[in-house]
Design a protein around this ligand. Structure first.
Ligand code: DTP
Length: 209
């Protein structure tokens, strides 16, 4: 059997680091998030445009994000485990939801994105067997974002990270979660080594049982 896994967590929680590590294993095929295509869409930096003017660009950004992620869900993997960086689900349940709750997306825009989302996930290719949730304090995420210094992310505030943290929690935290997919929670405030070890031990069990 082949497995599809998504690595999820707030901005700066360390998803790319885990993926870089898992990419060394022959068990895993890594599918990275299309951030590069978001910073250069026919010469336009859509990610930068979103951060500068979310009211204007929120809908376009999310429509594009859902579509690019749906395409990545449809990609076949050769290795037994396909590991995705984020998924169409975090776009919907974290980012779209957050823009809507802040009145940045209009009702109508929210409905349209939701309709597209429902249609896209009705395809079997969007199925996930497991979500690995890198759960980190918003303060930890902010420190990491500052130290990597991506130009588009200069305007990220602790409030924004706290909001996104709550959206991840509503979706993935034990007791309250709305997700029906199994979730492995990894404490991402801890060292990289802790995160690697927990993740890879779990993946190994998954493929051997
Ligand atoms: P990590 O630090 O965990 O490796 P990352 O590289 O920050 O992860 P993210 O997926 O959290 O990767 O986000 C990359 C950038 O894109 C970040 O500025 C947040 C933004 N982003 C991603 N998806 C969306 C979305 N659907 N809506 C708005 N912004 C988004």
């Amino acid at each position: 059997k082949k497995f599809t896994i998504a690595v999820e967590g707030n901005i700066g929680s360390g998803k790319s680091t885990v993926l870089a590590y898992l990419s060394k294993s022959s068990l895993c095929d890594i599918v990275t998030e299309p951030v590069d295509s978001w910073t250069n869409l026919n010469g336009n930096n859509l990610l930068g445009m979103l951060y500068n003017n979310p009211h204007r660009w929120g809908f376009a950004f999310q429509a594009n994000a859902q579509m690019t992620l749906a395409k990545l869900h449809a990609q076949q993997s050769k290795a037994p485990i396909k590991v995705m960086e984020r998924s169409i689900y975090s776009t919907r349940y974290c980012f779209v939801e957050n823009l809507y709750r802040n009145n940045i997306l209009h009702n109508v825009e929210y409905e349209i994105l939701n309709d597209w989302f429902q249609m896209l996930i009705s395809n079997d290719s969007c199925h996930l067997d497991l979500i690995i949730y890198l759960r980190a304090k918003p303060e930890t995420c902010l420190e990491r974002i500052k130290s990597r210094n991506r130009p588009e992310e200069q305007s990220i505030t602790i409030d924004y990270l706290k909001q996104l943290h709550e959206r991840h929690e509503d979706w993935l935290a034990p007791q309250i979660r709305t997700s029906t997919t199994p979730v492995l929670i990894v404490d991402a405030n801890q060292t990289k080594e802790h995160v690697y070890n927990t993740t890879s031990t779990h993946l190994l069990t998954l493929t051997t049982c």
